[in-house]
Write a protein that binds this ligand. Sequence first.
Ligand code: AMP
Ligand code: MG
Length: 408
Amino acid sequence: MKPLDEARAEVLASLPSLSTETVPAVQSLGRVTAEPAVTLESIPPFDNSAMDGYAVISLDTTDAPVELTVIEDVAAGSVPTKRVEHGAATRIMTGAPMPEGADAVVKVEDTESPDRDRVTVRCSVDAGRNVRPAGGDMSPGDVIVESGTRLTARHVASLASAGVNPMVSILPTVAIMSTGDEIVDPATERLEPGAIRDSNRALLRAMLAELDVPVLDLGIIGDDPVQLRAAYEKAAAEADLIISTGGVSMGDYDYVKQILGELGSVEFWRVAMQPAKPFAFGTVNGVPLFGLPGNPVSTFVSFEQFVRPALLHMMGATRILRTRLIGIMGEDVDTSEAKTVFLRVLLAQDANGPFVAVRSGGQGSNVLSGLANAEAFAVVPVGVGSLSAGDDVTLEMFNWPEGRRIDE
Ligand code: AMP
Ligand code: MG
């Protein structure tokens, strides 16, 4: 059996990289930067007021209270026309450009204005008070986002403010198919004897939707060499990555193995992990292929451990593995010492304490009910085997984005 880390490193090293494109900042959510995104401008572009109030010469306020003459009003979006001289002030709104001459803003709460032309400043202000200088956020040449970053809403906002359209990886098209004569459409109301509904494609589509990649759904392919061959050929012609499920274990009708053997260079691996030990990886007409085990929980685990990191890696992301943290096991568990075991767990947390993990249900690789509500993997490494209630345990959080590099 191959150790998981070794298998994953081998997979990543063999993947092609994708081409790049420039996209508008507002359409860049979830995309991975292919180069550092750099601002060419100062942000903010001009000195402006941080408060609604009065732009003044700070020295004029030293002996506050002091009365000043209001020479004009400047709202955000308009431009001051008059220079502030000693004894004068400009009524100014948050975000409006500072008038020449003024070096501070007195906030409106610290003033009284008997009429439009006069203001009494009650407190003194220092130079620079309540003024946001040009370039205070970013200056020309500043890197907004490093290369290899999967863009979040927060990055998008920063790019938008600088008017920068980032260079990003294209989104890979992913072909998916379920294989097996027993598999039927999930919309099937009454199951024939021996039939089961296709949960794997539902799972894959949903997991891929989270990565925003286009999906080529080739549907359910029976255990039939002609159909399988046609499906893999179409997938290789139209997609950047292929995922099929089923047919990679030891069964008699596993034509998947035969066809993959004929069409491409595919290896059948036994990875030291549970669930999801059997697993095929290679290329079909040069396009990377993952042949995932048919059991739905195995499909989930191998997607999380191999396919998702592979897609993020192809897109050039530096962080491709989900965030891990240390929690506490809430019950005794006995697992296989020879494999990395991914228990599906529920988490509880008292106040600000560590997460406490208990199994979320049945741990069989066919048991979806235990997976549905799970919040994390409790990862039991090779050589550990059993854990007792109260032991530290590594948690890999399902709903947290990838926070780890491959070597972390
Ligand atoms: P296989 O790897 O084809 O031998 O399938 C292993 C197990 O997973 C069998 O019990 C299959 O019925 C089940 N299975 C295979 N494909 C799917 C699917 N798309 N949805 C749900 N279960 C499946
Ligand atoms: Mg099968």
